[in-house]
Design a protein around this ligand. Structure first.
Ligand SMILES: C[S@@+](CC[C@H](N)C(=O)[O-])C[C@H]1O[C@@H](n2cnc3c(N)ncnc32)[C@H](O)[C@@H]1O
Length: 231
């Protein structure tokens, strides 16, 4: 991986981790296929940590998909806006997901209320949990999981980085003499981080794994969760 970025806000991310590596896992999703009638339901998606946006518009879904991408890096958000300027179904906003709750609510609720909704149908979190964890510690990671779960009416997709990625990130920092994330040495959730994420989502957030969507070329599992009361 080239370059260092404190929050994983790489400005060349899609040169070394191609969008197809992750999006392939979504091909088997049947969520958007509709019920075989002619009504075109709207499906609102929140992409958390969208970087410069890798999600391509897919055709053939019965649902009309509206996406809001959020990221803490304003350069990446500007690029995402530029890339999608001709697509009315995607919007972007600069947002730190661990910022004051009022800011999180303002950006997400503005998007939703303009579309007559109060929650997203699906929230996706690709390759972001490690960066939240390294910068905000165990409590920050759990708070992040609480927040993304609260924002979804039904579905949540998470691709957590396993512990080996943390060790690689630290090694990259050390190699160039850069400061290692100070919380790295004090976090308690370590080798079993993927299991702990699952456990927290199930015991505290009312979410259960509905489907394992596969493993990316980088060895990261992608899980689809659904609200327990909707299973
Ligand atoms: C490794 S990149 C993954 C990008 C994209 N989700 C993907 O998988 O293709 C992690 C992204 O999360 C963003 N990020 C990290 N911490 C964040 C936070 N607290 N709030 C919002 N975005 C954050 C970074 O800026 C970066 O763009």
């Amino acid at each position: 991986m080239s370059g260092l970025a404190k929050h994983g806000n790489f400005h060349n991310y899609y040169k070394f981790n191609t969008p197809e590596n992750r999006l392939r896992q979504l091909d088997q999703l049947s969520l958007f296929e509709g019920r075989g009638d002619n009504t075109q339901r709207v499906f609102n998606v929140l992409d958390v940590g969208c970087n410069e946006n890798c999600c391509k518009e897919k055709s053939g879904y019965q649902y009309k998909i509206n996406t809001l991408g959020v990221d803490l890096d304003s350069v990446l958000i500007d690029r995402a806006k530029e890339k999608s300027k001709d697509n009315p179904n995607v919007s972007f906003g600069r947002l730190d997901m661990l910022d004051e709750m009022t800011n999180v609510q303002q950006i997400t609720q503005d998007f939703l209320s303009a579309r007559g909704s109060t929650q997203f149908d699906l929230v996706v979190c690709f390759s972001i949990t490690m960066w939240i964890h390294l910068n905000h510690g165990d409590q920050g990671l759990l708070q992040f999981l609480d927040r993304v779960s609260d924002l979804t009416l039904n579905f949540l997709i998470i691709e957590p980085q396993p512990w080996s990625c943390y060790k690689s990130a630290v090694k990259r920092h050390k190699k160039v003499g850069a400061e290692v994330h100070p919380l790295f040495s004090v976090i308690n959730i370590r080798n079993d981080v993927e299991e702990k994420i699952k456990e927290h989502l199930s015991s505290n957030c009312g979410m259960a794994v509905k489907q394992e969507l596969g493993v990316t070329d980088w060895g990261r599992g992608v899980s689809l969760y659904q609200r327990n009361n909707k299973l």
